[in-house]
Structure formats: structure tokens, C-alpha cells
Write a protein that binds this ligand. Structure first.
Ligand code: SF4
Length: 327
């Protein structure tokens, strides 16, 4: 009789919170502590239901538009970034804003402004309707055309094929983006690439780790919400790199035991907006169902950190100065 293969979990690293999400969540928590509730937040601060609900319990109020925020109140802008007109609208509404846009998204905004000033047509590779794409497009609407994947390339029209540059959303699949770039270069051989890749380090690292895990997994579970672009891309990447099945779950309660039938190795990862407590819940669930052996697969190290938004740093400094003055 041959022994059945040992059940195991391959846990991808890095996974979960990236530096931009960490900063945005801390910004809301810090604002609540510094100014008291309520603190308004335009859009989901990060695309994760658990994070949003936890912040709501602490006194954050999530709104769709700045026009919903009463005059004079504090409004935090999410990690995905906003268009200049949103800043203008907030100023008209006399809001005190805290901009938690990820610095890596800001970098793409600046690139868009620079190329628009130089009168390039900018082909922005990204997903239609995603908040980050809306924010970046708002920097130079008359210069930016959205390209939503390789199949969209044939629809692109530019003014001058010799003055075209591509930029991208930060949370795309690295492989699919390069496919889109290749297709664009087929049409526009003079297409310029941005000075550095726009797909952020966290997206790339999580995709690198999931590829390694997927190659040995029968099933991959990615913890993340459906509206989280980088989480959805992780499932796609796992499926295209060897995983026999893959699912996106918000937490352990969404795992269907039927998915585990005939499975020996389960790969686990989480999107950049997912707190580790949700991954722990999935690991506990797997342990209870016979997958107790967890092996970490870490092809890359990650140490990035961003400082808090400048508005919070300024007020923290002022508070500290006032406190030391009253000593
Ligand atoms: Fe910033 Fe990347 Fe995180 Fe988006 S995924 S918030 S770009 S670090």
C-alpha cells in the first residue's frame, strides 16, 4: 500500500499589506486619534471590506464624493489617488483634507503631468472604472487614453504616432501589461516607456511569490475583496502559473469545503489591502480541515515603508511643539 501524499500549505511571502495601504490605514486611525470622530474618508480607503468596517466602528464615515462631507470637516483621500478636480471641490467645500494617496500612485500622476506638458499622447494601461485610473486620467484628461488590456490596443487612436508614451495602473498583472505594451509597440514602434515601471514593487513581489507557490499547488486561495485589483490579479497569476484551481475569498467563511476534494497542496496568499488577521483565519480553517503543515515560500524580501501624509506630520509636529512649550 502506498502512503497518501502529505497535505501541506504553501504560504506565499510577501503577501498582504503593502507600504501604501499600511500608511493609508494608519492615516485614518491617526486622524481619528488626533482630531476625534467623525473623520470622513472619500471612497474605501483601501479595497478591503474588513478594513473599512473596522475603521467605521472607530468613527470613520465613508462617502462617495467630497460634496457629501459637511463644510469644515476632515476628509481623507484614499490610497488610490484623486484627480485635481477633487482637490478643488474639497477646497470649495472648505474641507480639511488629508491626502493618503500612495506615493507610488503620485509618481504616476507626476509622470502623466510631465508627458502632457510635453504634448505627448499618453496610453494609460489599466482597468476602466478603477479609482486609480480615474484619478490619474484626471491629471491630463485631454492627453490620456485608457488601454484596457491587449484586446483594446486595436481601438487606440493617437494624434502623432511619434509622440506616444505608455503609463500604467500600479496594480496590474506584470505579464499582461507587458503583453499590452508589446501589442502597442506593434502599432507604434516609437512608443516611449516610462523611466521606471509603474507597476509597484508590492504588486510585483506578490505576483513573484504566488507564481512560485502556484507551480506546486493543487488549489490556491487568495484572501482579498472582489474590488481589489491586485488581489484579483493574484488569482489570475496563480491559475496561469500552474495552480489547478484558484479562488478569491474575503475570509475563511467563504471557503467551500468541496474545493479541497482531492487536494494535497494548498497555496495561500493575500492582496496588498488585506490585514494578516484574515490570513490567520484561513490558516486556522485549513488546520481544522487537515492542512496543519505550513511552509513559507519567500522568493523576495520586502522592506518598503512610507512616512505619514504631510498634513498629519505637520499637525503632529505642532502638537509636540505646543506640548514641549507648556512643560
Ligand atoms: Fe502603493 Fe503599490 Fe500598495 Fe498600491 S499596491 S497602495 S501602489 S504600494
Amino acid at each position: 500500500m502506498t502512503a497518501s501524499p502529505a497535505r501541506r500549505v504553501l504560504l506565499a511571502a510577501p503577501r498582504g499589506y503593502c507600504a501604501g495601504v499600511d500608511r493609508a490605514v494608519i492615516a485614518v486611525e491617526q486622524a481619528l486619534e488626533q482630531y476625534g470622530a467623525p473623520v470622513y474618508v472619500r471612497h474605501e480607503i483601501v479595497h478591503n471590506k474588513y478594513v473599512v468596517r473596522t475603521l467605521e466602528k472607530k468613527g470613520a464615515i465613508f462617502v462617495e464624493e467630497t460634496s457629501e462631507v459637511p463644510p469644515g470637516e476632515i476628509c481623507v483621500f484614499s490610497a488610490h489617488g484623486v484627480a485635481p478636480e477633487v482637490h478643488e471641490e474639497a477646497a470649495r467645500g472648505q474641507l480639511a483634507t488629508i491626502d493618503a494617496t500612495c506615493p507610488l500612485v503620485t509618481k504616476v500622476h507626476k509622470e502623466a503631468v510631465r508627458y502632457a506638458k510635453e504634448d505627448y499622447d499618453i496610453l494609460l494601461i489599466g482597468h476602466e472604472g478603477h479609482e486609480e485610473v480615474i484619478g490619474t486620467s484626471g491629471e491630463a484628461p485631454e492627453h490620456i487614453t485608457l488601454v484596457d488590456g491587449p484586446d483594446d490596443v486595436e481601438n487606440v487612436e493617437v494624434r502623432d504616432p511619434e509622440r506616444v508614451v505608455w503609463l500604467s495602473q500600479t496594480t496590474l498583472s506584470v505579464d499582461e501589461t507587458m503583453e499590452t505594451v508589446d501589442a502597442l509597440k506593434g502599432r507604434y514602434p516609437d512608443l516611449i516607456s516610462p523611466p521606471t515601471d509603474d507597476i509597484c514593487y508590492a504588486t510585483q513581489n506578490r505576483q513573484t511569490a504566488i507564481k512560485k507557490v502556484a507551480a506546486e499547488s493543487d488549489l490556491v486561495l487568495v484572501v482579498g475583496s472582489q474590488n481589489s485589483s491586485n488581489s484579483v490579479r493574484l488569482v489570475e497569476t496563480a491559475l496561469s502559473h500552474g495552480a489547478k484551481a484558484g479562488h478569491l475569498v474575503d475570509g475563511a467563511e467563504e471557503i467551500d469545503p468541496a474545493w479541497l476534494e482531492g487536494v494535497t497542496t494548498v497555496g495561500v496568499s493575500s492582496g496588498a489591502s488585506v490585514p494578516e488577521v484574515l490570513v490567520d483565519g484561513v490558516l486556522d480553517w485549513l488546520e481544522q480541515h487537515g492542512w496543519a503543515d505550513v511552509e513559507i515560500v519567500q522568493p523576495v524580501e520586502e522592506r518598503m515603508q512610507f512616512s505619514l501624509p504631510k498634513e498629519l506630520r505637520r499637525d503632529l509636529r505642532a502638537e509636540a511643539a505646543a506640548a514641549s512649550g507648556s512643560d
